[in-house]
Ligand binder design. Structure first.
Ligand code: SF4
Length: 492
């Protein structure tokens, strides 16, 4: 760890943001060893998004710092605001943008209000607290009230503006949050791991925290246990993976039933999963073949979509075409990659025409994908584009969810059945290490530009294609493993 706990450093808006996401994260931001942080494209995506939103909001380039405020610039960046709270805590904020409004301040006949660009579908507590902190400090500097802030969304393409009131209970929440943040930062050791570990995938401290979770046998390490179930298990005295693996399933079912019948029903599955992970053992769950569609198939298409969830845009439909070799075996050296880029400005009908042409060329080839995203997206598009019931049923039969088959046929000693974890366990390696969906999305946004002809470098597209192709090959790695298990059972 780096620094030792100290109360004299200011509480910053960055620390407050981290703390709103996870109490432990703020502590690590201040005292953790920065060399152990892992890059996440999420922050870069956010900054990229913010930049586009601000450009769409302002007619002119914003001014910089206090001087720009004094001159009454329409937008101001680079201003550092400092003050102390009623409790004597030093606080500091660095608002991304200030917007000029009508009013009266120490600088003349105008005032400023803080602006932020939010990602995601909704305004959250994190956004409100950020605006409230900036507003409070700005109020003191400009000597005029800041009754509201502005939240932008839509990455500038179809800019949404939401006025956020900064008065009333929000101020009380801000005081409470700052006091709790200060208390957490005064602890000699970091707060516990986040109860909901899904948020860890976007956090730069995930390497450090995953190692702690694995070492401690944290319950969140058991596949199928989220924040709520973990709380229930802790409540009945099961405090870790080993305790869960040692539990009697029938007794556990009775104990969990008091939280609702559905929780009792999964007790045996949770214990079995914990045992598989404790013992490092893969366990077959069904005798039937996992992928019977492949028995006589002349080939398979491996299908993976890349999306921009905020824009509800499936921008890439990637297919790896894998024909069966002359000797009847699956030979990866025959695989070829076929990316179908779906530009929103070309419309869905054009995308569907290309997709259906490709699928029609391979009517007997199962289309393998991992998770339900691809199947849902393709079938919904087909329906919107007027595909009839019989064809839709045939398309449905052609789509094979390898993740679903894996879950139905195998219990694995893994904390997750996600493609990355499973393929990694099978020894598959992505050509571009450390790349994830967020990085691919960043490349996409950089390549696409504003959508008004300012395309980025074509290399960004090549990286996306390579990543997408590897996801298809990783799906095949899982399918090939399933086939190999059946082979070994048949021979053994
Ligand atoms: S990795 Fe998870 S637990 Fe660790 S600081 Fe980040 S969000 Fe919190």
């Amino acid at each position: 760890m780096g620094d030792t706990p100290t109360a004299d450093k200011p509480l910053t808006d960055r620390l407050l943001r981290s703390w709103t996401r996870c109490r432990r994260r703020a502590w690590l931001d201040r005292y953790g060893d920065n060399q152990l942080r892992l890059y996440t494209a999420h922050r870069t995506l956010q900054l990229d998004d913010q930049q586009r939103s601000f450009v769409a909001l302002l007619a002119r380039k914003p001014g910089h710092g206090l001087q720009a405020c004094e001159q009454g610039a329409d937008g101001v960046v680079g201003l550092r605001l400092r003050s102390t709270t009623r409790d004597g805590l030093a606080v500091e904020a660095h608002p991304a943008l200030l917007q000029r409004r009508k009013g009266s301040s120490r600088w003349g006949g105008f005032v400023y209000r803080p602006v932020l660009a939010r990602q995601g579908r909704r305004l959250t507590r994190e956004h409100r607290l950020q605006l409230a902190l900036a507003g409070r400090l700005l109020e003191r500097l400009q000597q005029a009230p800041v009754p509201n802030g502005l939240a932008l969304a839509g990455s500038g393409r179809r800019l949404e503006r939401e006025t956020v009131p900064l008065v009333g209970t929000l101020q009380h929440q801000l005081d409470e949050s700052l006091a709790k943040l200060a208390a957490d930062l005064n602890r000699p050791t970091p707060p516990a791991l986040a109860a909901d570990r899904r948020k860890c995938t976007l956090c730069s401290w995930r390497g450090v925290c995953n190692a702690v979770a694995a070492r401690e046998g944290h319950l969140s390490e058991v596949s199928g246990i989220g924040a709520k179930r973990r709380e229930m298990l802790m409540d009945i005295g099961i405090d870790g993976l080993t305790a869960l693996a040692d539990a009697d399933p029938d007794r556990l079912a009775l104990q969990l039933e008091r939280f609702g019948e559905q929780h009792g029903a999964v007790a045996a599955l949770l214990v079995a999963q914990a045992r598989a992970q404790r013992d490092g053992r893969a366990e077959p769950l069904a005798a039937s073949p996992a992928l019977p569609e492949l028995a006589d198939a002349p080939g398979v298409l491996l299908y993976d979509i890349e999306s921009d969830p905020d824009a509800r845009d499936d921008f890439l439909h990637g297919f790896v075409r894998l024909p069966r070799g002359m000797d009847g075996r699956w030979d990866l050296s025959l695989a070829t990659y076929h990316p179908l880029l779906a530009l929103q400005e070309h419309g869905e009908a054009a995308c569907w025409a290309r997709l259906s042409r490709l699928l029609k060329r391979y009517p007997d080839w199962p289309v393998l994908h991992y998770g339900e995203t691809e199947s849902l997206a393709l079938r919904r598009m087909a329906q919107r584009q007027g595909m009839g019931g019989t064809d839709l049923a045939a398309l449905r039969r052609q789509l094979v969810d390898v993740h679903e088959r894996l879950r139905r046929h195998w219990r694995l000693p893994l904390s997750s059945y996600g493609l990355k974890t499973v393929a990694d366990w099978l020894g598959f390696r992505w050509g571009q290490p450390g790349v994830d969906g967020a990085r691919a999305l960043l490349w996409w946004r950089q390549w696409r530009g504003s959508g008004r002809g300012d395309r980025g470098h074509v290399q960004a597209l090549r990286w996306i294609f390579a990543y997408n192709r590897d996801d298809g090959l990783a799906t095949w790695a899982v399918a090939a493993w399933l086939l190999a298990q059946e082979d070994s059972v048949r021979k053994g």
